[in-house]
Every structure is written in structure tokens, then in C-alpha cells.
Design a protein around this ligand. Sequence first.
Ligand code: GLU
Length: 417
Amino acid sequence: MSEQLNPFKMAQKQLDEAAAFLGLDRATHELLRWPKREIHVTFPVRMDDGSVRVFHGFRVQYNDARGPAKGGIRFHPAETIDTVRALAAWMTWKTAVMDLPLGGAKGGVIVDPRELSRTELERLSRAYIRAVGEAMFGIHRDVPAPDVYTNPQVMAWMLDEYIALAGYIDFGMITGKPLPLGGSVGRIDATARGGLYTLREAAKVLGLELKGATTAIQGYGNAGSYAHKLGQELLGLKVVAVSDSKGGIYNPEGLDPDAVLKHKRETGSVVNFPGARNITNAELLTLDVDVLIPAALEGQITEANAGDIKAKVVVELANGPTTPEADRILFERGVYVIPDFLCNAGGVTVSYFEMVQNAYNYYWDAETVYRRLDRKMTQAFHTVHETAKEYNVHPRMAAYLVAVQRVAEAMRLRGWV
Ligand code: GLU
């Protein structure tokens, strides 16, 4: 990975630009450039065949000035401490831009979970919690959630391990749980739903018609697969291309979300979907569509391909899909980017709702969750959009200006700077 694409360098560079714009003092700027606390762990897991494999993992608590650190845990073969640091920084800006009373964190394990059996995955999930230690977590300290290649079942195992270690039941120590274990209705598709609310608002200010708008989605996991289904249901988008880590498919007539998901469940990938043409992930990004939804990994839209993006709006459901150089190119070309830590904040927003419900042990219905999510997303979108207009900066810089000021103010009030 080139220096320029090191995600933590990228996150620091984005912050540096915002800090210069805001005229932040040195101490505040330096504190915001680095994680407050991070732990590196190495731990053994017994495989089904009796052998032992050793794994490496991380938990980074980036900033907790505004409240308990919050952020998901990823299982990915290419995980590094710098991706986790970057993602933890973005969680800090995400909770701040949404005005949630939370800080930012992220965790990761270097592993390809697709190679593990269900029982191996359970032992890995439990071992991660034991290795990091129950003292790191808790509703008043640090609250993990699902992310790339983790899901509600993984959260349930982690919760169970935590309860065994702590000796008491605290459902709010982790979010994205299954519904019978204190999960929230609406959490499962919240990232996609929240992003679509911001797209609806962006379309209003841009004067863009979304009904029938051609759409390409990169990634078919927790975010992308729901964006396909809900994008069609809520906004009438015409999704013509989708992809996963193995490649993409394209059909100008549109793709049926239920049929594509069934095909992926049966074959392990969206590739070779009947009636569609196989394309590469690179091709998907530069298709001639109205809406582009990167919903996979970081570093996808770069200096090299930003000039070829044809979409009018980029809906960043992934974390960190666009590099700072690409941001500048897209802004100059008039492509409207709904920046990641605003656009994909629906997940952590419903995670926050989940923590609230756990805290008073009383649960909301779907209608309440959707209405409150819509309000938060709509408010945050317009705050960022107005800031972008006021200072004539691209929406990501505007989101940074809003978020960084909020975190800096909390640090000042607490007497850190
Ligand atoms: N992993 C999701 C994200 O990147 C959700 C985090 C959470 O719910 O804490 O925003």
C-alpha cells in the first residue's frame, strides 16, 4: 500500500486540513491526531482439527471526550493497526457530526473469517474479548459493534464472554446484537437506511430525480446488500450494478435484490448472476450511472480514477472509500460526495438507540426507530450542507469542521486543553 493510501495518514491529513481551517491550537490538534489508547493482542484459538492458530488483533479507543468510545470490530485478512486507527478516528468524527454523546473506537482481528467453521469463529470471537480484557469495555467505557465480516451472532458470543468475565449482565456493552439479546429493531439495515435518507436530502438540494436513477453499489455486505433492497423500496432507485470482493455484475435493465442475495447465499458471490454481465470492481466505479454507492472498503476512489467517475452523487456507505486527492478532483468536477462519516452514520446512530433502550430496558417499535433515525440523519445532513455552502468547501471538509469543533469544545470544557 502506498504511503498516500495508508488510511491513518489519510485520516491525519484530512484532520490537518480541518485544523488549519479552524485555526486549532497546537495541543488540541496534536491530541486529535492520535488515538488516546490502543491495545495490541496476540491470542491462540483451537481449530476444529485440534491444532492451534495464533491471531493478532487490536482495539483502538481514539477519543472519548464526548462520551464512551464507540465503534465496530472488523475481521479482515488485510487488517493493520493503521486501518484500525483511521477507522477509530472516523468513528470519533461520526458520533460528533451526528451529535451523539459518544466518542470513537474501532477493533480488528487479522483473519479471513470465510475460512473458519462456525465453531472456530465462535472461539475466535470469545478469545478476542478475553485477550483485550473485559476492563476495556462497558457501557460507560467502550462499546463495540459489527463491521466488515462481523455480525449479530458474533456480537452475541462476545457479549456472552464479557458477561462471564465481568460477572454481571450488561447488554449495553456491545451493540448490533440479535433482537432476543437486547438488540434494537432496525439496527440490521440502519447503515443503508441512514445513507439513503441523506441521499434523499442531497437530491432535494441538487434537484436530482431519484425515481429510476441508475445506481451502482460496490460491496454486498452489512451495508451494500440492504442499500440495494431499500434503495429500490424507499427511493425507487434502479440498481444496475453490484459487486462483492470477487467481482461485480451489470444489467442495464436493473437487478432484483432478493434474487441477487439468494444467488450470493447459494454460490458465495454475486458473480455469474444469470442475465447479468460480469464486470470488475474497477469497472463498476466508473459506470455511467446517476448514483454511486461505495459500500465496501477504504481507498477505492483515488487520484487515478476520480476523473472517470460519472455519477452525479457518491453515497459513501463504506468508511474511507475516497482519498483526499480524489475528493478535490470530484469537488472540482461538481460530483456531490456525501461523506462517509455522515453518510454511513445510521449504523452507529441506531447503535446509540440500542444503548439507550438497554439502559432503561424498554424497547421501541420499528416506526419509532426509523422516525428518530430520519430526524438525526436529516438534521446532520443539512448542518453539513449549510457549512459547505457557507465556507465554499467540499462536504467532507464541512463535516470535519462541524465534528472537530464539537470534539475540541468537549476537550476544552473538560480541561484537557
Ligand atoms: N461499524 C459501524 C460503523 O463503522 C457501526 C459502529 C457502531 O455501531 O458502533 O459506523
